[in-house]
Design a protein around this ligand. Structure first.
Ligand code: MSP
Length: 515
């Protein structure tokens, strides 16, 4: 049975350890985590990969400027990445470092295979190189000041013996792949950008350097190191058994989703597409280019001094509040603003007020009016019935939205239902029903429906806010283990057993006092 389980392989980019990770990096990883958790909830066998991209001249220079060997410098930074992902409750199944032997083996083997095929050749490279971005540019691609079109810093003219990858040979095939497979590259706007990019003509790609040695050597010609992007992209093949576990590789490849920022879509569709075609390996099913988190209209970066440290935010507000904000506030695919005031407003209104109060009021009333016991419920009034129907509809709509990567819409629809539940309390007024003996059944119905709605909400928010979902599960004292809950459980109303005893309410989110 296990063998037939649907699989889902999702990756984030592997991050450069050149600086501390900021909230923009956390954004990308949080989205990937929410998708991975959703897929697990929906019954998929998920493999979720993240990691670090550790080679290149820039890292070597930075390490040396601090009197360190590259690996000594990088080890410390990567330890910080891992700590951040742990504190943010990122559920990755593996963390790949490109400095690891398992990765070197794969990169060199891929180089060898493509070279053997005749698609890698030696030549002379003269070009314009942006060291911070590890990218080569042509004269035409430079910005109006003759600088890197991505980071707008000066480029260097480089001339050296180098290996080239025959990208031009695969340009038409990659173009056709993008055109024929509308799901391959999303959102649509990025598709058009890439199509235009290829149509301008693809040159062969220089894939080795001799001016530094912090990288993976070209097999058989060790004074060359392999270009960082050629090295980095292949990370996606390594942990799923590319060279050492055929069965595992067949199970997870092609990847279902490479989630990446919009500026690196080009590498993930065109360069990666060409490499895979040269290897005769299927292309990933989807590359999704998300937008950037910006601060007052500007991309976050160390040089601009507008970096927001996610660790400090987690210390102050907790991981779930940060995750909620990132997933709710920014429509996937578009740029979005990060703003501390907006974060605090969301915590106070959506988390402390809407969700926190719903749980608190409900458990409090069950405790006060029914000694914590959920008595048998009947079909109830029309209002009760429509409330229950809305719960199920919410769960179904949520599933559809999450499948289609409409993550912020999925968050919003759950909060709409939370709002509906609070209104249901105001409409049914359980405190009044509790005063009238003749309304005992009505009261049991309302309290049961509220407990059920919270059980469902807890399941639906588990990909967004895993710790909060677990607290709801525990306060409701649901008997099934939290880890075994499935999405189907949210699509059926009435799963809490009759005469079940719920727990005492505990605050989920304290209100943040604004000074
Ligand atoms: N090392 C390469 C990726 C290689 S993947 C084979 C790289 N690293 S990075 O650290 O510079 O960026 C990693 C990811 O973080 C990218 O997808 C990038 O878009 C994302 N972000 C960096 N700053 C960001 C924001 N301000 N907002 C959202 N995402 C941002 O590129």
């Amino acid at each position: 049975m296990c063998e037939n389980k649907k699989t889902f392989y999702i990756t984030t980019p592997i991050y450069y350890p050149s600086a501390k990770l900021h909230i923009g990096h956390a954004y990308c990883t949080t989205i990937a985590d929410a998708v991975a958790r959703f897929k697990r909830l929906a019954g998929y066998d998920v493999f979720f990969l993240t990691g670090s991209d550790e080679h290149g001249q820039k890292l070597q220079r930075t390490a040396e400027s601090q009197g360190l060997k590259p690996i000594e410098y990088i080890d410390k930074i990567v330890a910080g990445f891992k700590e951040l992902w742990q504190r943010l409750e990122i559920s990755n199944d593996d963390f790949i470092r490109t400095s690891e032997p398992r990765h070197h083996k794969v990169v060199q083997e891929i180089f060898r295979r493509i070279q053997e095929k005749g698609d890698i050749y030696k030549g002379e490279y003269t070009g314009l190189y942006c060291t911070p971005c590890e990218s080569y540019w042509t004269e035409l691609q430079l910005d109006e000041n003759g600088c890197c079109p991505d980071c707008h810093r000066p480029v260097e003219k480089v001339s050296e013996e180098a290996y080239f990858f025959k990208m031009s040979k695969y340009a038409d095939a990659v173009l056709k792949h993008i055109e024929d497979n509308p799901d391959f590259l999303e959102p649509k706007s990025r598709r058009n950008e890439m199509i235009n990019f290829i149509k301008q003509g693809l040159e062969d790609l220089c894939i080795s350097r001799t001016s530094f040695d912090w990288g993976i050597p070209v097999p058989g010609d060790e004074k060359h190191v392999i270009y960082v992007w050629f090295d980095a992209l292949t990370n996606y093949l390594t942990p799923i058994g590319f060279l050492d576990d055929e069965k595992k590789f067949a199970k997870f490849w092609p990847a279902d989703l490479h989630l990446v920022g919009k500026e690196i879509v080009r590498f993930h569709t065109i360069i990666w597409g060409c490499i895979l075609m040269a290897l005769g390996i299927e292309l990933p099913k989807k590359v999704y280019g998300h937008g950037w988190l910006i601060i007052e209209g500007d991309k976050m970066s160390k040089s601009k001094g507008n970096v927001v440290d996610p660790m400090l935010l987690i210390d102050e507000f907790g991981a779930d509040a940060i995750r909620y904000f990132l997933l709710r506030e920014i429509t996937l695919g578009q740029d979005g603003n990060f703003n501390r005031d907006a974060l605090i407003t969301r915590i106070n209104s959506d988390l402390a007020n809407d969700l926190g109060n719903l749980l608190h009021r409900t458990l409090n009333m069950i405790g006060k009016f029914q000694k914590g016991i959920l008595y048998p419920a009947t079909e109830g009034t029309e209002l009760d019935q429509s409330f229950r129907a809305e719960a199920i509809e919410t769960a179904k709509e949520y599933r559809r939205m999450m499948e289609e990567m409409q993550i912020s819409d999925a968050v919003k629809i759950v909060w709409k239902f939370i709002g509906r539940s609070n209104k249901y309390i105001d409409e049914t007024m359980p405190w009044k029903l509790a005063k009238d003996e003749n309304s005992a059944q009505e009261l049991s119905n309302v309290l049961y429906n509220l407990a059920e709605s919270l059980r469902i909400v807890g399941i639906l928010i588990s990909p967004f806010m895993p710790a909060t979902a677990k607290k709801i599960h525990e306060q409701l004292k649901i008997s099934a283990p939290f880890e075994e809950i499935k999405l189907e459980d949210a699509e059926t109303f009435g799963k809490i057993e009759v005469n079940h005893e719920v727990g005492k309410p505990e605050q989920l989110f304290p209100r943040i006092e604004v000074k």
